[in-house]
Write a protein that binds this ligand. Structure first.
Ligand code: HEC
Length: 186
């Protein structure tokens, strides 16, 4: 085979047109999602130890929004938290996310510690790589997402800022929601 022909075949096999990008490797997605989750949690802990639960309320909202915007600027991906019992209405899941959350709920009920999913989906003729990872309730979260554990001053603050809040009444281990990363491929 002439070198030219080989080059042509390699080019055909590996050429990726600009309109059809490959899905990013799962490891890269996990690294970005992991970094986001870690920074969010350390921001929450720092704010709570400095300014109590009221500082934490700011951290769980402002920090999340800021981190999401920064991560999107760096990667071009959308990254956010979603929940079927959302406190912030912007965190309501889309149809795909709701279906995956239902699946996670079942996996955790069967005793799995963690749940995640990564796949390429087509929506309205456009391909997206979508990654989701379950977020579970830990003791720390009960101050603002628990039942009777939520102190009355926090209940008051939350009701003022989120009049339609339904993100309470959770117990440790419950599925709180998921981290959702969406990458446009086409
Ligand atoms: C100090 C109070 C506070 C604590 C503690 C807290 N959260 Fe939140 N959480 C909030 C607030 C306020 C929001 C709404 C954020 C916004 O405006 O986007 C929120 C939103 C969320 C969301 C996004 C979905 C939604 O309902 O809007 C998730 C997921 C979440 N929290 C998980 C957790 C987890 C997991 C923990 C424990 C590790 C935790 N939170 C601890 C106050 C708190």
């Amino acid at each position: 085979m002439k070198p030219f022909a080989l080059t042509a075949i390699v080019a055909v096999l590996f050429h990726t047109p600009a309109w059809s990008a490959e899905a990013p490797p799962l490891d890269s997605i996990k690294a970005v999602a992991g970094g986001y989750a870690k920074q969010l949690k350390s921001g929450l802990l720092a704010q709570m130890s400095k300014n109590g639960p009221e500082g934490g309320i700011v951290a769980c909202s402002a920090t999340a929004a800021q981190l999401g915007a920064e991560t999107s600027a760096q990667t071009g991906w959308s990254i956010k938290r979603v929940s079927s019992k959302a406190r912030n209405p912007l965190a309501m899941p889309d149809a795909y996310e709701q279906e995956v959350l239902n699946g996670f709920e079942k996996e955790l009920a069967r005793g799995k510690e963690d749940a995640s999913r990564y796949e390429v989906v087509r929506e309205g003729g456009v391909r997206y790589a979508r990654f989701m990872k379950a977020i579970r309730i830990e003791p720390l979260c009960l101050t603002c997402h628990g039942g009777n554990e939520v102190p009355s001053n926090v209940v008051q603050k939350l009701s003022e800022k989120y009049p339609h809040d339904i993100a309470r009444g959770y117990q440790v281990g419950d599925l709180r929601g998921a981290l959702s990363v969406k990458v446009k491929l086409d």
